[in-house]
Design a protein around this ligand. Sequence first.
Ligand code: HEC
Length: 397
Amino acid sequence: MQQDKRFGEREVQQLIPRFVGFSVAAVLFGLTSSASSAAGGGFTAAQAANGASTYSADCSQCHGAQLEGGAGPALSGASFGKSIQASYTTAGLLYDFVAKQMPANNPGSLTQQQYADVVAFVLQNNGFTPGATALTAQNAGAVNLAAAPVAAAPAPATVAAAPAPATTIAEAPAANEEIVRAAPPVQHVFGPLPNNADVSITDAMLAGAATDTGNWLMGGRTYANDRYSPLTQITSDNVASLVPVAVAQTGITASFEATPVVVNGVMYVSTPVVNSKMKVLALNAATGARIWETTYNLTPFKICCGPVNRGVAVAYGNVYFLTLDNHLVSLDAKDGAGHTLVYMLAHADRAAATASWAGFRSDPDWISLKATTEKNGALTTKTVSMFLTPTDFSPLK
Ligand code: HEC
């Protein structure tokens, strides 16, 4: 990468991990304490028991076997207690939300009885006690949840964990360890790039994106992020005659919010997260055929609002994407190989970058932290440092 003295420099640290992620295991397992106050939930014990099976089959893959959260939010503990108080002051409001929106990958797919039972199960795991009357879609509105015992949920009933794909998490986290090793990404190559396409987007190509009518080089198409296509072939007269020419199946069912990037006939797209996995795919933009697909395995994490991914950036022969467990990862644009964590640092100039990096390496706190986290083996195979020149559009200029 060239450097220009007039501009500040961004140093890109690329750590090539074996497979690693940082997690908050202690927090995940720290919220269950014994029930203090018991509140009536307007459901029966038999119902909650039936609800446990529905939960295990249809909810646990996103909300966790212990309701601790995963791709979906926790359904027990303090944060869900707050949700109950803010949003679900009656069992009817909780029932309506679940029956209309869940399971997120197939809303409305269960029977009324199953929804009522699974709501009973969730309530039981949040400190509500069963009684003589069964919860139904009709009577749920009269069941007051406002007295929810926040953060005092009983230890969740044991739920059979949904069958976890073998590669989800390589090792169960020990309760007192902060490092969780996720399985490494799985790469599949289905074929070569069409016409030996050159997919190494350069700074010059990005700067000229506005006049490039053959490619869509970044999410918003141009640095102005206008998302507008200047092409004129499709008009209000002929739009009715458009027909689908290809359907690309990703195997991931959740909401897609990513705008694909297209370079020389290759389309790059990222998927949302389901079952702690997301994919980055390269497709033949003309036929929809998959060229390669890399599945990234996430470490345990919590999110507020949906497992979406907002897309990739393609440049310098790499595909970059942000993950929900908070990593910036790059893969080889040709075949999806590699697994490189990217850190971007801003420095006044190259001398400042060198001094900062030297200081970081010799920092005793860092050295001791590194020794602790690597006590079960090295986390990375190599570290690469490169320099980028900020573009005219960069706030670093
Ligand atoms: C494919 C993943 C997925 C599955 C399966 C799923 N959920 Fe969800 N659930 C989510 C996501 C993501 C959200 C957050 C949605 C949002 O904020 O818009 C959510 C939100 C919720 C909430 C609201 C939580 C709050 O704090 O407000 C409840 C309750 C819930 N789900 C219950 C269930 C139940 C019960 C099932 C099984 C019948 C289920 N979910 C199945 C992903 C899933």
